[in-house]
Design a protein around this ligand. Structure first.
Ligand code: SAM
Length: 226
């Protein structure tokens, strides 16, 4: 693994070793040649990658991919590009794609920041989902948070005018930060008055339902590109 001491970039994730089950490995071996897109620092033709013209929505950090698969299954009219660094999650989502025979989902196993910088043409996306990004809640780790102004400035350029940027978090101070970052971007406008009600397409996760029962909050922040 990379030695962080030699790694100048501050990343939003830490790659953990191992914990890949045999079935996840098999799902990766069988699934990635079919649904995976290799990271390469050159522009990606999304219409070609999905084999059709349809709205394209990128999800950053899909975790185990359960919500991703559910959203793709419920919205066959859209194409979804999932980007995740965590191999067990990539394996799990490959399994879900195979089981449910989903044709509108493609995966990139790589840092979404580099994917955005080096593979996505400007104006290529109709939407971006960032659901429960790592909160990095210790003060000294806050700098690792994915959603910060310079990143969002670049990400907004990848959206078509009218395209949306949807983040959800269960950490109040991260919700406040996201709201500030989105609100201060001159190219974005809020789709709601303040926080948005959870859009129907975002499924309630088990973890979230439990949190809500315990009285914890979840904040959805949905802005569109002007
Ligand atoms: C707290 S988890 C949430 C996962 C999922 N969205 C959910 O709601 O259950 C955040 C995920 O983002 C991924 N992640 C963080 N930074 C990333 C990056 N720069 N590129 C791709 N994935 C990233 C992590 O590997 C992790 O799986």
């Amino acid at each position: 693994m990379e030695n962080p001491a030699f790694n100048r970039a501050i990343r939003s994730f830490v790659l953990r070793q191992g914990h890949l089950t045999a079935s996840q490995q098999r799902a990766i071996d069988e699934g990635m040649p079919r649904w995976g897109i290799d990271y390469q620092p050159q522009a990606l033709d999304l219409a070609q990658a999905f084999g059709r013209e349809a709205p394209k929505i990128m999800e950053i950090g899909f975790g185990m991919g359960t919500a991703t698969a559910e959203i793709a299954a419920a919205n066959p009219q859209n194409d979804y590009l999932g980007v995740e660094v965590h191999s067990p999650g990539v394996g799990n989502l490959c399994k879900l794609i195979a089981e449910q025979n989903l044709s509108n989902l493609r995966l990139i196993r790589h840092d979404a920041v580099e994917v955005m910088d080096n593979m996505l043409p400007d104006g290529c996306l109709d939407g971006v989902h960032i659901f429960f990004p790592d909160p990095w809640h210790k003060k000294r780790h806050n700098k690792r948070r994915l959603i910060q102004a310079p990143f969002i400035e670049k990400l907004v350029k990848k959206l078509k005018p009218g395209g949306y940027l949807h983040a959800a978090t269960d950490w109040e101070d991260y919700a406040i930060q996201i709201m500030e970052v989105f609100s201060s971007n001159p190219d974005l406008q809020n789709s709601a008055e303040g926080y948005a009600p959870r859009p129907d397409y975002r499924p309630l996760t088990k973890f979230e339902a439990r949190g809500i029962r315990l009285g914890h909050g979840v904040w959805d922040i949905v802005f569109t590109r002007k």
